[in-house]
Design a protein around this ligand. Sequence first.
Ligand SMILES: NC(=O)c1ccc[n+]([C@@H]2O[C@H](COP(=O)([O-])OP(=O)(O)OC[C@H]3O[C@@H](n4cnc5c(N)ncnc54)[C@H](OP(=O)(O)O)[C@@H]3O)[C@@H](O)[C@H]2O)c1
Length: 291
Amino acid sequence: MSDLSGKVFIVTGGNSGIGFEAAKNFAERGAEVVLVCRSLAKATEARQKIIASTGNESVRIEIADFSSLKSVNELGNRLAARYDRIDVLCNNAGGANGSRITTDEGFEKTFVTNHLSSFLLTRHLLPALLKSAESGSARVVFTSSLGHKGSPLDFEDLNLVQGYRTLKAYGRSKLMNLLTAMEMHRRFGDKNLICSSFHPGAVRTAIWGKGGILATILGVVMYPFMWSVEKGSETFIWLATSDDDEAVNAAGGYFFDCHRARTAEFATADAAARLWEVSEQLVAPYYKTES
Ligand SMILES: NC(=O)c1ccc[n+]([C@@H]2O[C@H](COP(=O)([O-])OP(=O)(O)OC[C@H]3O[C@@H](n4cnc5c(N)ncnc54)[C@H](OP(=O)(O)O)[C@@H]3O)[C@@H](O)[C@H]2O)c1
């Protein structure tokens, strides 16, 4: 595996599951890694584990709650102030909610946590990513899911006021991750910014216990058939770091098991462009740069 010394990797949801596994791999190979987490205690434990296992002390922690755009805006400003170059942004934090929750900012919680927050963070970090891209290439990897095939977007009801179901909200948010990678490629692909998304497989992580009773039952039933965290993070690590032709030419694509995979028929370029426009409008009141 190639040496990543001198490179900066940002991993959201880096304290746990496939985010932790990928962050550990990047640190092992010499990168400076920033673990973006919502819990300081979990982040500190993860950082210590990574340093103990890799010997790389360049593992930093940033705390932000992705259910709050205010919190993510502050995170974006801190990271943008610290790094004028970022090599790889891994938009990985996410989860599901057993019932419909409206955040203090007025968004359905899955929508803001899994999509709008990574959109806002990406927007803050774009100048630093493009700076790295100027001198080679930079990458943005979105952790999507096969669940994106469950339901097309309803642009009239992005907050799922009508007919909330856990898997519908989760699947739509994962479709948004995939569409954002597509549209990022259309906008910035010619600037050496490589954007992609992937399905990690059904993986034995804590996520199954965090999304309400249905997710817990599904997790228990599927547990024997699930992939290990090591296997589940392979495509993630490959897209973020590999020099294989297929990874370098990811071009907004969606991947599974280190190969390009079929998306839902409703994952169209038009939906991607529209989602980008709408997301820009929704995050605009929270996007306040300090520079
Ligand atoms: N496991 C699977 O089978 C599977 C399949 C398809 C896609 N995925 C995707 O893979 C990604 C990683 O999940 P995982 O399976 O590795 O599960 P995980 O271990 O639960 O990791 C999810 C990460 O996201 C963080 N997170 C959740 N809500 C957050 C919030 N409001 N603010 C900040 N961070 C938040 C979690 O923090 P805490 O530890 O504090 O909760 C954790 O670090 C997710 O995007 C998920 O949708 C997983």
